[in-house]
Design a protein around this ligand. Structure first.
Ligand code: C2E
Ligand code: MG
Ligand code: MG
Ligand code: MG
Length: 282
């Protein structure tokens, strides 16, 4: 790494661009191998009804168990999977595996729904909607019980091809969600035009919900806006009893976060579903 420059000192630049290129190549190579060696796993985090504590659904979150790198989190490999195009294959695996898994859990809770994160690159793939249909059909998961999470920038920016994908998904009954809401730049005017069913308030806002009156008002505005537009509103990243209480008071209908339940391995889910409703310490 380049040394911090002090006055009159020689600045030493390491060839970090070269190093980054090598990292990229090595990660890309390992990722390709990972798909074929079955090194991806899913964890699931409940989406909880804030009024009753009941588990309404689960969000699938991908992890990479690399034999050489250890546990790799999605923020560290999804961007590379996107750049290299491998996201199409990984995303299809996530969809197929999670749909199969949740279809089985619906024997415990017949109304259980599934949320899956989808990147813009997947959406631009011409066969995306068809691939989703096929994966859900094979898994025996009704389309109406599946919500695809997209970020604001993907929803606002994307090509006609991507928008066509979204339209066919909507036609087959798949639901759509805006993930990390508030971190992008959607205008309020545009929000009502988006073909979404759900809005997930980014955890940066949830984090600040009780710091100042302004922050509280901001979250209240997002919750009210979502409800006015007829959307399910989900608060992400609820970490404390105080945040939970604040969101309940604001009438936010759903929440996710460590205070309610961390992402868990699939083996733990039947027990959690059987014990639902979740009753976190107040
Ligand atoms: P996201 O979709 O916004 O998912 C929420 C992230 O917040 C998850 O991180 C989750 O573990 C974490 N989280 C949940 N509750 C709390 C909390 O109370 N506090 C804090 N600090 N964090 C909490 P994770 O699993 O590391 O995933 C990060 C991001 O990677 C996801 O953000 C999503 O954008 C992406 N991602 C995950 N799985 C997939 C996937 O299968 N496909 C694609 N395309 N992206 C994925
Ligand atoms: Mg998400
Ligand atoms: Mg996200
Ligand atoms: Mg999010």
């Amino acid at each position: 790494r380049a040394k911090k420059a002090g006055t009159g000192r020689v600045v030493v630049y390491e060839p970090h661009m070269h190093t980054e290129a090598l990292d990229y190549l090595s990660l890309h190579g390992d990722l390709q191998y990972a798909m074929h060696e079955d090194q991806f796993r899913l964890q699931y985090q409940p989406l909880v009804r804030l009024d009753t504590g009941e588990i309404a659904g689960v969000e699938a979150l991908v992890r990479w168990h690399s034999p050489t790198r250890g546990l790799v989190m999605p923020t560290d490999f999804i961007p590379i999977a996107e750049e290299s195009g491998l996201i199409a294959e990984i995303g299809q695996w996530v969809l197929k595996s999670s749909a199969t898994q949740v279809a089985a859990w619906r024997r415990i809770n017949p109304d259980l729904t599934l949320n899956v994160n989808v990147s813009g690159h997947q959406l631009r793939h011409g066969q995306f909607a068809a691939n989703v249909t096929r994966a859900l059909a094979v898994a025996g998961m009704p389309a109406s019980a599946v919500t695809l999470e997209l970020t604001e920038s993907v929803l606002m920016n994307d090509s006609e091809a991507a928008m066509a994908s979204l339209a066919s998904l909507r036609e087959m009954g798949v639901q759509l969600s805006i993930d990390d809401f508030g971190t992008g730049y959607s205008s309020l005017a545009y929000l009502r035009e988006l073909p979404v069913n759900e809005l997930k308030i980014d955890r940066a806002f949830v984090d600040r919900v009780e710091s100042t009156a302004e922050d509280l008002a901001l979250v209240r505005t997002i919750v009210d806006l979502g409800h006015i537009l007829g959307l399910r509103v989900v608060a992400e990243g609820i970490e404390s009893p105080e945040q939970l209480a604040a969101l309940r008071r604001l009438g936010c209908s759903y929440g996710q976060g460590h205070h309610l339940c961390r992402p868990v391995d699939p083996e733990e889910m039947p027990g959690i579903l059987t014990d639902s409703p979740i009753t976190p310490a107040a």
